[in-house]
Unconditional design. Structure first.
Length: 256
């Protein structure tokens, strides 16, 4: 399967193994010549995408930005929720499509919404702004893990592939797969913060929670995965980590 990562650099020529894939003009259309079949684009920045000549149906995955992990107040911070993931097959396309890539949320904030035309995936949710729960994991594609409390060990790691985050107070996942049309896993929840335990982020880009007794800071969600940021372990001056930005994946059958 061919794959080109389209971000801020407008590639003119890439290699797929020993095959040269060139961006050329066909009338008013930009196309990728000599592309393998099926062909996949991973789009990492907001832009207007010109549909290649001869392409009228695509499969698409839209991933929202992950929410930031929470900072410690009295207990340890909860991990951020991964961005929500929308998969749609056999979508009709023509002309050009406006694509928006949602930003990852800062500590204590929601992730940004991603769009492929009218197809939307919301960002992961941090539960502090509406609910005030710093220890609870965020909701999203996969839930963030809860942070530990001072009196018991009730935290947990981030959820993965649509599951709930770990621990007492882990965030809710979307309950459906977060695997994209390119068979890559996205939107892992961030791990909760703790005093002396490591709560890992969920598979799919979730960041690990911070740990107090080793002065380990929380880790951000991976860029362009929609992963949630890790919750704060309460290290001096340490906040929850930022969520990972979203991504859009487009796949079509039949080389242009």
């Amino acid at each position: 399967m061919g794959k080109i990562k389209i971000g801020t650099i407008d590639s003119k020529k890439v290699m797929h193994g020993s095959t040269s894939i060139k961006k050329v003009m066909q009338g008013a259309n930009q196309i990728w010549a000599n592309a393998p079949d099926p062909f996949t684009l991973v789009i990492t920045s907001s832009q207007t995408w010109t549909v290649p000549a001869g392409v009228d149906k695509i499969d698409v995955t839209v991933v929202g930005g992950g929410s930031g992990g929470s900072s410690r107040i009295s207990d340890y911070g909860g991990g951020g929720g991964g961005g929500y993931v929308t998969n749609q097959d056999n979508v009709s396309v023509s002309g050009s499509v406006v694509i928006v890539i949602g930003a990852g949320g800062l500590a204590g904030n929601h992730g940004g919404q991603s769009k492929f035309g009218a197809i939307v995936a919301n960002g992961g949710v941090n539960r502090v702004p509406e609910e005030g729960y710093h220890r609870y994991g965020g909701n999203g594609g996969s839930g963030g893990g809860a942070g530990d409390t001072e009196n018991d060990k009730s935290g947990g790691g981030g959820g993965s592939n649509g599951s709930k985050g770990g621990g007492n107070g882990g965030g809710t996942g979307q309950g459906t797969t977060t695997i994209g049309v390119n068979n890559v896993l996205y939107a892992g929840g961030g791990g909760g913060g703790a005093w002396n335990r490591d709560f890992l982020g969920g598979n799919g880009g979730g960041g690990r929670g911070g740990r107090y007794n080793t002065t380990t800071s929380a880790v951000a969600g991976t860029t362009n995965t929609g992963g949630g940021g890790g919750g704060s372990g309460g290290v001096s001056g340490d906040n929850g980590a930022k969520g990972g930005s979203g991504v859009v994946i487009v796949k079509w059958k039949g080389a242009a």
